[in-house]
Design a protein around this ligand. Sequence first.
Ligand code: SF4
Ligand code: SF4
Ligand code: FES
Length: 247
Amino acid sequence: MATKKPAKKKPVKVTKAKSTKKAPKKEMVTVFIMGKAHKVPAEATIMGAIEYSGYQIIRGAGCREGFCGACATVYRLPDDYKIYTGLACTTLVEDGMWLSQLPAIPAQRPVYDINKIEANVATFQKLYPEVFRCVACNTCTKACPQDLEVMDYIQAAIRGDIEKVMDLSFDCLSCGMCAIRCPAEIVQYNVGLLARRLYGKYLAKESKQLKKRIKEVKEHKYDKEYQEFIKMKKEGLKKKYYERDIE
Ligand code: SF4
Ligand code: SF4
Ligand code: FES
C-alpha cells in the first residue's frame, strides 16, 4: 500500500548568489509620494520618507511627535480598496503605500465672541447647524488617529451635553481627518473646541490652583526661569521637556 507522502514545503525561489554570504535583509521599500515612486528606508515614518525623497515640508509639520495635528496624511495600501488616514510623523511607511499629505483642511470656522454666547445646545444650532445632519455613520471615529470617539462627541453636541463633548474631544489634535471623511460635512474638531471653550468659560469649577498660578505669574515669580529657558540651547530644552513632571 502506498503511503501518503508528507506534504512538501513550497520551494523558495532563490536567485543565484554570487557569494555564500547571507543576503542582507530588505531595508528599502517603495512608496508613492503624490503619485511618484520613491525608494525609502523601510523603518521610516511617512514624514521621514517624504524628506528622504527630497521634498521640503514647509506646511504640514509642527511638533514631529504626534501632538500638533499638522501632518494629516491619507494613504492607500496595495490590493486594498480602503483609504487610510494617519499622522505623517508617527505612521510608518509600508511597501507600496500611496500617500498624499493634507497640510491644510479648508474647513468651516465661524467667528464668535465667547463672552456673548451661552453654554447650551442653541449655540451649536446657531454656529454649527450642520452638526444636526450627522447620520451616525461612525466614519469620523474610524478616521481619527487619536482613537477618539468622534461620533459620540458629535452626538453629545446634538444633545447639548457640553461636558461630554469636552471630555471626549479633549485629546483632539485638530488634524482634520474626521472632517474630510464626514458625509455630513461637519467640522468635528471645531465643534469640540467650541465645547471645551464653553466648558472652561461657563461650566468648569473654579480651580484654586490655577488662580494661584496666575497670581504668581502676574507677580513675576517665574520671570527668571523664563529668561533661562529663552537662553537655553535646543538640547537643554529637550532634556527639560522630557524630564518634566506629567500630572
Ligand atoms: S477628532 Fe478629528 S481632528 Fe481631532 S484628532 Fe481625531 S480626526 Fe483629528
Ligand atoms: S462622519 Fe459625520 S455623519 Fe458620520 S458619524 Fe461622524 S459626524 Fe456623523
Ligand atoms: S507634526 Fe505634529 S502631529 Fe505630526
